[in-house]
Write a protein that binds this ligand. Structure first.
Ligand SMILES: Nc1nc2c(c(=O)[nH]1)N[C@H]1C(S)=C(S)[C@@H](COP(=O)(O)O)O[C@H]1N2
Ligand SMILES: [Mo]
Length: 270
């Protein structure tokens, strides 16, 4: 009798144990796994879209995002329209279509990268498009253009109001386009494209302008330049093409620093 009661109890216990393991283990474990997988995927997608869309540099951005970069990401005056709808300076700001994936369509008609381009052209400054004399210039060739060289302390204002001065030496971009590349009269836009994909587009008038200002110094009248020297030091060529587009302010408050383009690969005239 005792035995049968014990057996009876054991059977009930085993039955209960079996049931609960069936209910909890199987569905729970599969559910947990699939949720984990889904979450992982979502995270991956988010990371990708952050770096691709939320970034002022659409192609790559290898630099660590410091606080100044961070503020730039949020508050640049010259990014894509959708990223900066409240920009009060949109009429004067250079046109920057870098965040629009189809932006390259705009230059499709011009030979951006001629098929025969040798790989050694990496650190050459290329000027392409509506020019009688398309150019591919080495740093030495640029430095030899004595008459076109400009040097000065450029005041800069970045997003959120950070400011400073940087000394640059380089070539007057308008002179280079007009006198050396012999750009055509119908040319209306100039796009400066960096090796990392960062680009700025300007009207010919903006490039022609020789009196960019410094809101802290009313005597300043600066051209837009392609600099190869910063604070008396030449850019090293192993950090990319040694050319940087530098421009002063159009008016007081003009956030000019993000308009600079480091490591220029090519300049397209349209
Ligand atoms: N090629 C390239 N140029 C660039 C950028 C970039 O990400 N890539 N960032 C811009 C921004 S947002 C700023 S504020 C300035 C910073 O200039 P600096 O490199 O001289 O500090 O470079 C601009 N030019
Ligand atoms: Mo920036």
């Amino acid at each position: 009798m005792k035995n049968s009661i014990i057996i009876f109890l054991l059977v009930i216990l085993l039955g209960l144990a079996g049931c609960s393991s069936n209910e909890s283990k199987i569905p729970e474990s599969t559910e947990t796994n699939s949720e984990a997988v889904v979450e992982e995927n979502i995270e991956e997608v988010n990371e990708e879209s952050e770096s691709d869309i939320g970034n002022e540099t659409p192609v790559t951005q290898d630099k660590p995002v410091d606080s100044e970069e961070q503020e730039a990401l949020m508050n640049e005056p010259v990014k894509s329209e959708e990223a900066n709808p409240g920009n009060e300076d949109s009429t004067n700001a250079p046109v920057n279509n870098q965040s629009i994936p189809a932006a390259d369509n705009a230059v499709v008609e011009e030979p951006i990268e001629p098929a025969a381009e040798p790989e050694t052209s990496e650190n050459l400054l290329k000027i392409q498009g509506l020019a009688e004399n398309e150019l591919s210039l080495s740093l030495e060739e640029l430095k030899a253009m004595d008459d076109l060289i400009f040097e000065g302390d450029f005041y800069w204002l970045n997003s959120f109001g950070t400011t400073g001065y940087t000394h640059f030496k380089g070539i007057n971009l308008w002179n280079l386009l007009e006198l050396k590349a012999l750009i055509k009269t119908e040319a209306s836009m100039v796009t400066v494209i960096a090796q990392d994909g960062y680009k700025m587009q300007f009207t010919i008038e903006q490039v022609k302008k020789q009196d960019y200002m410094d809101e802290t110094n009313p005597d300043t009248k600066y051209p837009m330049i392609i600099a190869w020297e910063e604070n008396k030091e030449e850019y090293s060529t192993d950090k990319g093409a040694p050319f940087k587009l530098v421009v002063g302010q159009k008016e007081a408050g003009d956030v000019n620093k993000p308009q600079w383009v480091s490591n220029i690969d090519r300049i397209i005239v349209e």
